[in-house]
Design a protein around this ligand. Structure first.
Ligand SMILES: [Zn+2]
Length: 104
């Protein structure tokens, strides 16, 4: 039944994006290392399985290499250079770029 499976996959994706956004709230509000890191891991796992991502990053990003929450001032540095924001992971040194020409 193609019709039923399509509707099912739509709601699956909607649920996944809701879960990702809830986890991102947990990531933002929590000050605990372990909780924010496991929330970051879950966001990446759900994103890989269902193709969902966090809609609007505000401050905390996730390192794709070591899958931890990159909190500015704690384990990452933030630099702004020519209208581009660069987040550098303090653990592995990976740079994440967010800017006007960069589509997330
Ligand atoms: Zn890293």
């Amino acid at each position: 039944m193609p019709r039923r499976s399509r509707r099912k996959s739509h709601s699956r994706k909607k649920l996944a994006s809701e879960a990702v956004n809830d986890l991102y709230d947990v990531l933002n509000e929590n000050k605990d290392h372990d909780i924010s890191n496991s929330a970051a891991k879950l966001i990446l796992r759900i994103g890989k399985k269902h193709g969902t991502r966090v809609r609007n990053y505000n401050g905390i990003t996730i390192c794709r290499s070591c899958s931890i929450a990159m909190v500015p001032g704690r384990n990452s540095t933030v630099r702004i250079r020519s209208k581009v924001v660069k987040y550098t992971c303090g653990v592995c040194g990976r740079v994440k770029t967010i800017g006007p020409s960069f589509v997330m």
